[in-house]
Design a protein around this ligand. Structure first.
Ligand SMILES: [Fe+2]
Ligand SMILES: [Fe+2]
Length: 294
């Protein structure tokens, strides 16, 4: 005789199928464009500008974004940036690489999609820029690896939000409420955005420090030998969330550097937090705006 499944067993089975489905969707994401790493290696080997220009010109979408970025960051100039070559020279190596990684990331999420995705993209851009501001102040290396990890730390949200909408008819924000983000997601969907992001970034063959940052940015103490690197992402993430407030919608609470163990480990004070905010809003507002609308 065939045993009938109990209601509880059917629920468990559906839950398991849902998690499998979410993971399969993450695994189906197209690979991260290798033009980004090709440009990085050309820049690092100090290749002539015409070689970098030729590589960028090969990808029209990226070329257009670099041109737009050149014009928006340097809008105060008297004339328009018309060629990719000119934009490369104007942006300089560091900014050029940041723009290329951002342009590639917009294949998966970006400013042109739903308001939620736009908000996530803005948050990602702020986290990426803050990672550089904080690293510089902490006398750590501000580099493209840190920037890339910060820009993509919440990549798992894109797929998880989609499934939350389809299966639970609610947004991730509603599911999380005031609760612990990671726990709330696991309870509702069986997997959280960190684990999903780690699957995506491993499939993209990202280096292990970036994967660790995506996998543990809410709990850097779990990142093993990458704890310091991931802690910088944690700090940039927390600051980006709290600086994101608008007049009608306050941002997250500013972390208390006295009680947050990660902030404490880096000896970050409230005055330093104010300085970070000031640097982001004044020194980097053009870049932030341009990247947010790339
Ligand atoms: Fe996150
Ligand atoms: Fe985040």
């Amino acid at each position: 005789m065939v045993r009938e499944l109990s209601g509880h067993e059917i629920d468990a089975l559906q839950y398991e199928l849902l998690v499998k489905d979410i993971i399969a969707a993450a695994e189906r994401l197209p690979p991260f464009p290798d033009i980004a790493w090709k440009i990085v290696s050309l820049v690092k080997s100090m290749a002539p500008v015409k070689e970098i220009e030729a590589l960028i010109a090969y990808d029209q979408a990226i070329a257009a974004k670099i041109l737009r970025m050149g014009n928006s960051v340097y809008y105060s100039r008297q004339y328009e940036v018309r060629s990719v070559r000119e934009a490369i020279l104007l942006l300089g190596n560091t900014r050029l690489l940041q723009v290329v990684v951002a342009a590639c990331s917009t294949l998966y999420y970006g400013p042109g999609n739903s308001p939620e995705e736009r908000e996530l993209w803005e948050h990602s851009v702020y986290t990426a820029l803050l990672s550089q501001i904080v690293a510089r102040r902490m006398r750590r290396e501000e580099n493209l690896t840190l920037y890339t990890a910060a820009l993509l730390h919440d990549i798992g949200n894109t797929i998880l939000n989609l499934y939350a909408k389809i299966y639970l008819h609610s947004s991730l924000r509603e599911i999380r409420g005031e609760n612990d983000t990671v726990k709330a997601e696991r309870r509702a969907l069986g997997i959280d955005h960190q684990e999903l992001g780690a699957i995506i970034s491993r499939n993209w063959k990202f280096p292990p420090d970036i994967v660790a940052a995506i996998e543990h940015h809410h709990n850097p103490e779990k990142a093993g030998k990458y704890v310091e690197f991931v802690s910088l992402i944690y700090i940039a993430d927390a600051l980006a969330l709290s600086f994101a407030g608008k007049d009608d919608k306050p941002g997250a609470r500013i972390p208390d550097p006295e009680s947050d163990p990660v902030f404490k480990r880096f000896n970050i004070t409230r005055t330093m937090i104010d300085e970070f905010q000031n640097e982001l809003k004044t020194g980097m507002s053009d870049v932030a705006k341009a990247l947010a609308s790339i």
